[in-house]
Design a binder for this molecule. Structure first.
Ligand SMILES: [Zn+2]
Ligand SMILES: [Zn+2]
Length: 136
């Protein structure tokens, strides 16, 4: 859906379409109507990660996310500065864009993956193997 300020809360930094607010247990994030990427203000990703069932906000198909993942140079939807591509400290296969002043952007499927780490921490501590699921 084309971005219009009246209908959308933000313009998607990845595909420039409109993003809509999605609320989960009082944490409001923005989800793109086209590529299903997610925008998290400030520390919302971490807040949301600790909430039960929050992976439900990530409705996109990870395959779509990977498709969009190839376009990495994006600008912060709040300040229009170039965002920094960062890999997660704990899950190196997850890459997301960060504006240190405003927040972060994840492609479809990345938040569900990001959140999974919480649940599987105990399991990985036992197994200590590399994951086979690495985004191309
Ligand atoms: Zn988008
Ligand atoms: Zn910014």
């Amino acid at each position: 859906m084309e971005y219009t300020p009246e209908q959308h809360s933000l313009k998607c930094p990845k595909c420039q379409r409109g993003m809509n607010e999605v609320d989960h247990e009082g944490v409001t994030i923005d989800r793109c109507s086209n590529c299903h990427g997610l925008w998290f203000d400030a520390d919302e990703a971490h807040q949301l990660k600790s909430l039960p069932e929050s992976h439900a906000v990530d409705t996109g198909d990870p395959k779509d996310g990977w498709k969009w993942d190839t376009r990495v140079e994006i600008d912060c939807p709040r300040c229009s500065k170039r965002m920094e591509l960062t890999s997660d400290a704990k899950q190196k296969h997850i890459w997301y864009e960060v504006c240190h002043d405003h927040g972060m952007f994840m492609d479809a499927g990345e938040f569900a993956d990001f959140k999974e780490e919480n649940l599987l921490d105990w399991f990985r501590a036992v197994i200590k193997g590399d994951r086979s699921t690495v985004a191309p």
